[in-house]
Design a protein around this ligand. Structure first.
Ligand code: SF4
Length: 367
């Protein structure tokens, strides 16, 4: 088939079926007009000026990825299969790349988009007067809303009707014109139950009574969610909170930090956590590993896979685990035949590393 024939025969249904055959679970389409109002450095047309559509895809995080962290016994699985190791860095990109090839075989340009974070892109000056600097990044969750895949829940995590928060996202920007999918009705997935709030032990998610929200508009719909404290979120998620890391307790006995009282930026939180996981110190009798926090470093070495840079310690206790447990139980998303995910009283550790478990730290874990 020549390119002209391929152009005529490729359509949205073929793209969706092909992407799903590559292992991607969900596929949605936004037309470029749904990004009207997006900041220039977060606009798909800043990457592909001729863009007409953005195809957003999701692949599920399986429940079992979290079982070891939920039980407090096994960590690498989450980073390896459910986060950076394979899911973000292999399972999803392969499907995205193959689908982009299908589109380009038909003579349309297709930009496979790496779902990084806008805040993480190194700044650079514009190379031409009529463009923006080389630090463009989509807000992938907002792109997911624009493509009709779901909405952003109170905890700032992306929710879908099929899997709740158990997904990771990526996208393809193309100059092919495709029928956009209908937007999800705001509030149809997140019921503001607040189960995510106390379950996030780092206190990153505000309660709705605080009234701290972020709001966006897409077409005629307004979406809002809690203004999450990304400094505390990062401290917890990447291993700066003794309440959720037995590895800190092993390595730094006596160290005490109350993450719930920290008011650092996301960037500052990364600067605190990253060196602890990646860094080295001379091997000593006290700690012969020569690593700053051996357990966190091990997550990178065992769990990192092709995308070895990142790792997860806290494992989305509130924003994902409590959330999908709630949404399944309520019937907002399909229930799991094997029963609820949270099966036992949940664990938490004292803020002072090496301290004995107390009734107080137990009591915090009753969510
Ligand atoms: S737990 Fe989920 S459904 Fe409940 S408020 Fe948080 S994000 Fe919304």
């Amino acid at each position: 088939m020549n390119t002209m024939d391929a152009r005529k025969t490729l359509n949205k249904q073929r793209i969706v079926e092909f992407a799903k055959a590559q292992g991607l679970d969900l596929v949605g389409v936004a037309d470029i007009g749904r990004f009207d109002g997006a900041p220039p450095r977060m606009h798909p047309a800043a990457i592909l000026p001729e863009a007409k559509s953005v195809i957003v895809v999701a692949r599920r995080i399986i429940r079992g990825n979290w079982r070891g962290i939920e039980e407090g016994t096994y960590w690498p699985n989450y980073t390896y299969f459910g986060y950076h190791g394979l899911l973000n860095s292999f399972f999803i990109p392969v499907g995205v790349y193959e689908t982009a090839c299908l589109i380009e075989d038909a003579g349309f340009e297709a930009v496979p988009y790496y779902p990084g974070v806008p805040e993480g892109q190194a700044p650079a000056a514009p190379v031409r007067p009529d463009t923006v600097g080389a630090n463009v990044h989509l807000a992938i969750r907002i792109a997911g809303v624009a493509a009709g895949l779901g909405e952003i829940g109170w905890s700032k995590v992306f929710l879908t009707r099929e899997f709740g928060p158990r997904v990771r996202l990526a996208a393809i920007i193309t100059d092919m014109e495709l029928e956009p999918d209908p937007l999800v009705e705001p509030g149809s997935l997140c019921d503001r139950c607040m189960a995510c709030v106390p379950s996030c032990l780092s206190a990153a998610i505000p309660h709705k009574r605080e009234g701290r929200t972020v709001e966006i508009r897409i077409d005629d719909k307004v979406y809002d969610w809690g203004d999450v404290d990304m400094g505390r979120c990062t401290l917890g998620y990447h291993g700066g909170d003794p309440q959720v890391s037995p590895f800190l307790h092993k390595t730094l006995p006596g160290y005490e930090i109350d993450v719930t009282k920290q008011n650092v930026t996301e960037d500052a939180a990364y600067k605190l956590c990253w060196p602890m996981a990646h860094g080295t110190w001379r091997p000593t009798e006290e700690d012969p590993s020569g690593l700053l926090v051996e357990g966190h470093n091990q997550l990178i070495r065992w769990g990192g896979g092709p995308g070895a840079a990142s790792y997860g310690v806290e494992g989305s206790r509130g924003c994902m685990r409590s959330c999908f447990d709630h949404l399944e139980h309520k019937g907002t998303i399909p229930a799991f035949e094997g029963g609820r995910f949270i099966k036992r009283k949940r664990w938490s550790l004292p803020m002072r590393c090496g301290a004995q478990q107390t009734d107080e730290s137990d009591a915090k874990a009753k969510d």
